[in-house]
Every structure is written in structure tokens, then in C-alpha cells.
Design a protein around this ligand. Structure first.
Ligand code: GLY
Length: 563
């Protein structure tokens, strides 16, 4: 478990009562503030804004914007995200959908050649891979509708980090090395994110002056600063010069959507999670409702894992067939979450044997993995909360920067199904529901989630492609068993997603005994060569009057509780 104590520099102005990573901090009356994010500078930005009188939503703006500056491989102003919010004053719970949209010139066959074969790189590299960004609109919406401070104030830390630079960490160095070849194809990107064309050395200062100006324009003019005017014109011109299809109309037309979260219960926990165009809430609701038919706590460890795997298999099967942008396709949510249907699925689980995925039906396969994407959780003393999962899709997105703007484009178009039954970068194959269409949002796995009982409130999420859903689900099971955030973020992770028909597990994610027993039940096992995920979590325990927070030990993030 990661445990750090604030002592110096970036957040030295914090008071001594600040506890880091999972240390409980007793709050008198109202709960403490808490921020957990994937980067210490982003966490510091959130704390700074809370201490200036901002609420959790102002802090969410500050953390999101800062992550977009200091973790360019994960998210950014050229990307998008989902912000799940809970407003304490009236209990309003909503997901702000700032997912990217396909440009008007996009079409179902745009990533296929004359022979109808998918051109693999076309949806991954360069501006043709980029959807219209939703992050700037999401931040403006959060600030205007839910925040207390002016947008300029909440964006100030990000502007500062972009202007003054941030230091390259070992994680940045390692991740930039994976995509250095692609970044070099786009000099404006290489000039910012590499050092002399190579992955920058640890400690190197990454300055983003043009991005600072872009964020300043958003701070001054709101949507008009990004979606209209000189920055929009520059982005469109640069995109077109390099084979992209964005237009000024696409940018002008971009809108965030407020969506009703998926709400369901598992035992005595109320779970509030991401609705379509995320698949997270529905898949988790299905899997946990299936598991509710069993007494997991009365099972051996191996039996428990077998049942969790079988529940995931069944829920992910439905994901691959039925889920897409609800503004374009009819997502049969009621049918997918119907009690009798899920009881029926539970009955198909054989306690002694793995169910081959093929006998569950002819859904397309999917596999999505990755270290891209990021998550943060925030709680303020009034009880407002935000869970934000943000992305540019794969590492450094499309690796393309519109020169003069500092905006790194996403490659979120790859989350669409480029062709039925043909895998994307991660083996993801979708159905018609997730086919490309102008203005449509690609199906996502991002799963910002609240976990609630009358006494406890959890705020949780993580990056990790389709494994996001299983990670959040394992955390939800642990919450229901009374676990604390440091336990949720540290859990050993395993995953099944229907196809490929295998139990994926992180390095050392299953013991030798568990592997032997699960293999004996017919499960094909695949150990991933590294540990995965980067969960950021907060728990407010009302009976103890305590706030806990934790940052995933696999990452370099920071979780703080401020009394
Ligand atoms: N691009 C990752 C996701 O939305 O699931």
C-alpha cells in the first residue's frame, strides 16, 4: 500500500493536519475534504482550490485540468471524460458526459481500405483518429452549473503547471518510450513531449506554453475560447493539413450531456455508476446482481472467484452486443437489468465448471486493455462529491498536437467498432450498436462510481480499458464487505470479459493454488506481465466521522485528507 506524507515543495503550504494516502483523519462535524488523483500536482491543485473556498466541483475542474497538463499520456483538453457528481444541497446525482463525438464527415467505413479491411493505424494515429473533444466543455459545464468559484480561478493551477512546466517522472519516461516513434511522426507533439526526439530523462521539465494560452482562453471565454475563434480555427487547419476531417461546425456543435446514472443495489449497498455511452454501470449492475443470487461470503476463496468470473463473463457478453451511444441506438437497459433475466443468468452458472463463452451465444468478442486514461475522486466538507474518469484513449492519444495550440488530440475513434467482428487496437470488437456515425459517442468502459450505505459513502474509479469495470466491481464487493479504500486500491486483480474466453489476471493476481483450482474447473488463465490499474478512492465513514482516501500503489498518485 502506498503511503506518503506531505513534507515539501509542491504542497508545502498544506497544514500539518493533512494526512496522505489512507490515513484516517478525524473531522469534527462535517467530514474532511479529500482528493485522490493519479498525480501529486493534480491532487495539490484540487486541495488548493478547496482551500480557496471552492467546492468539490471547483476542485474537480482543477484536478481534471491539471491531470490534462501533467499526465498528457492519459487525458487532456484534446480528450474527454465522464464526471459523476453528487450535490449535497439537494442530493442531485448526475453524470456529465463529456465524451468525444465523431466528426460530421465520419462514417462507418472510414477506417477500412478498398478491400474492406480495417486499416489498423488509421483510428489510432494522427488527427483522423480524433473525436471532437469534450473535456473543455465538461469543465465549463461543471464550473458554471455546479461550481462556486470563477472558472479562471479553478483553471489557474493547470495554467501554472503548463507555463512553468512539470518534472518528468519514471512513469512518464516509461510510457513515452512506448510511443516515441509515433510522437516523432508529428513534430509539434515530439517537440513538447520528447527531449531531443527521445523519451525525456527523469526530472526534465515539460513546458507547454501554447497549452497554457489555450487554457487561458477557456478561462476567459468559456466554450468560445476553445470551440470557436482562433484556437478552433487553428485546430481545424492543422487537423486538415495532416489528414483529419474536423470542421469548425463540429467544434461549434459539441455539447456535454447530463445523463441519469445507472443506480442499483448489491446487498445493502446502493451503487451509482456510469450510464451509456459508458458500459461500466450496466455491466457492473448485471454482474453484481448475478452475484447477489449467491452467498459469496459462505464460499471458499476459489469458489468465490469462480462465481465472480462467471458473472463477469455473462455481463460482458451483453456489453458486446447491446451497448452503444444511447442518443443513437436503443440500449435495452430495462431488459438487461431485469431481475428475472439476471436470476436466469445466475442459474446458468455451474459451481464446478467454467462455462465456455461460446455456448452463451454469438456475441462479438472484445478485449480492451491499457494504462491510458486517468481517474480522480473528490469529497468536500459539505458532502459534495465528484468522481471523474478522463481519457485521450491510448497513450498520448493520437500523438498529434495542433501546432500553436498545445492541444494533444485523442484517438477515441478507436473505441468505435471499425468493422463488425474485427478487433481494434486491443482486440475490441463491437456490434452495430457501436458502429461509427457522425456526432455519435464511442462506447466507453470508464466507470466513475459512488458506493453508498446509510453510514458509508465511497467514491471510486480507475483507468484500465475494459478491466476498469472488473476493478471497480472488485472494489464494490470489498466495500460491501466493509473494506477501506486502501484495501480496494490494493486488491489483487482478475478479469473476464466473455471473449477472449480466458481469465486475465495481473502479475501475481492469483495464487498458485487458485490457478490450479480454477484451471481444474476448465478456466483458461492468462497472467498479464505487469500489475494494472490506477485506482483513486475516498471513503466517508459517517459513523466514525472519518474520511479515508487512497491512491493505487501501482501508480504515482497521491491521496490526501484535509481537515
Ligand atoms: N478510451 C477508454 C474508454 O473510454 O473506455
Amino acid at each position: 500500500m502506498k503511503e506518503k506524507r506531505i513534507t515539501t515543495t509542491a504542497v508545502s503550504w498544506l497544514f500539518a493536519c493533512v494526512l496522505i494516502s489512507a490515513g484516517p483523519c478525524r473531522a469534527e462535524g462535517a467530514p474532511a475534504h479529500a482528493v485522490a488523483s493519479a498525480h501529486p500536482l493534480a491532487t495539490a491543485a484540487g486541495v488548493e482550490i478547496l482551500q480557496e473556498g471552492g467546492n468539490a466541483f471547483d476542485a474537480a475542474v482543477a484536478v481534471s485540468a491539471a491531470l490534462g497538463v501533467v499526465e498528457p499520456f492519459s487525458s487532456g483538453f484534446g480528450g474527454g471524460g465522464f464526471w459523476l457528481v453528487h450535490r449535497a444541497a439537494d442530493g442531485k446525482q448526475v453524470m456529465i458526459d463529456g465524451r468525444e463525438t465523431a466528426p460530421a464527415l465520419a462514417h462507418e467505413r472510414m477506417y477500412r481500405d478498398a478491400q474492406d479491411n480495417v486499416i489498423r493505424d488509421a483510428s489510432l494515429k494522427g488527427p483522423l483518429a480524433a473525436g471532437i473533444p469534450g473535456m473543455p466543455a465538461g469543465l465549463v459545464h461543471l464550473a458554471e452549473e455546479y461550481g462556486r468559484l470563477p472558472l479562471r480561478q479553478s483553471l489557474a493551477p493547470a495554467i501554472r503547471y503548463a507555463e512553468q512546466g512539470f518534472k518528468v517522472t519514471s512513469r512518464y519516461h516509461r510510457l513515452s518510450a512506448y510511443v516515441a516513434d509515433t510522437l516523432r511522426q508529428y513534430p509539434a507533439a515530439a517537440g513538447i513531449f520528447l527531449q531531443d526526439g527521445k523519451p525525456p530523462r527523469i526530472g526534465h521539465l515539460v513546458r507547454q506554453e501554447a497549452l497554457a494560452k489555450t487554457i487561458e482562453a477557456i478561462a476567459e471565454k468559456g466554450l468560445d475560447g476553445f470551440y470557436r475563434g482562433p484556437i478552433a480555427e487553428r485546430m481545424v487547419r492543422e487537423a486538415r493539413k495532416h489528414g483529419g476531417i474536423w470542421s469548425l461546425q463540429d467544434l461549434d456543435a459539441y455539447r456535454v450531456v447530463e445523463r441519469e446514472p445507472v443506480v442499483f443495489s448489491y446487498r445493502d449497498t446502493r451503487i451509482v455508476s456510469a450510464p451509456p455511452p459508458s458500459s461500466g454501470g450496466i455491466v457492473m449492475a448485471q454482474a453484481l446482481s448475478i452475484l447477489e443470487q449467491f452467498d459469496l461470503n459462505d464460499m471458499s476463496n476459489v469458489q468465490r472467484k469462480h462465481h465472480i468470473i462467471e458473472a463477469m463473463r455473462r455481463a460482458f457478453r451483453d456489453r458486446s452486443v447491446f451497448l452503444g451511444d444511447p442518443d443513437f441506438v436503443n440500449v435495452p437497459t430495462d431488459r438487461l437489468l431485469d431481475e428475472s433475466y439476471l436470476e436466469g443468468l445466475a442459474l446458468t452458472i455451474d459451481a464446478a465448471n467454467a462455462t465456455p463463452s461460446d455456448i452463451l451465444g454469438n456475441g462479438p468478442t472484445l478485449l480492451q486493455v491499457g494504462t491510458q486514461t486517468t481517474h480522480f475522486s473528490v469529497l468536500d466538507k459539505e458532502g459534495n462529491r465528484a468522481a471523474g474518469t478522463l481519457s485521450v484513449n491510448t497513450l498520448f492519444g493520437a500523438c498529434f498536437v495542433a501546432e500553436g495550440t498545445g492541444v494533444l488530440f485523442n484517438n477515441e475513434m478507436d473505441d468505435f467498432s471499425a468493422k463488425r467482428n474485427t478487433p481494434n487496437a486491443y482486440g475490441l470488437i463491437g456490434d452495430e450498436a457501436n458502429a461509427i456515425a457522425p456526432g455519435k459517442r464511442p462506447l466507453s468502459s470508464m466507470t466513475p462510481t459512488f458506493l453508498e450505505t446509510p453510514d458509508r459513502v465511497g467514491i471510486v474509479g480507475t483507468p484500465g480499458g475494459s478491466r476498469i469495470i472488473s476493478m471497480v466491481m472488485l472494489a464494490a464487493l470489498d466495500f460491501a464487505d466493509g473494506g477501506l479504500p486502501q484495501s480496494w486500491v490494493s486488491l489483487r486483480r482478475f478479469h473476464h470479459q466473455y471473449q477472449p474466453d480466458q481469465v486475465q489476471f495481473e502479475l501475481h493476481g492469483l495464487t498458485k493454488f487458485e490457478r490450479q483450482r480454477l484451471a481444474g474447473m476448465g478456466h483458461e488463465l492468462r497472467e498479464i506481465s505487469r500489475r494494472y490499474g490506477n485506482m483513486q478512492a475516498i471513503l466517508w465513514d459517517k459513523t466514525e466521522d472519518r474520511v479515508y482516501s487512497a491512491s493505487d500503489p501501482r501508480g504515482e498518485g497521491q491521496a490526501v485528507v484535509v481537515e
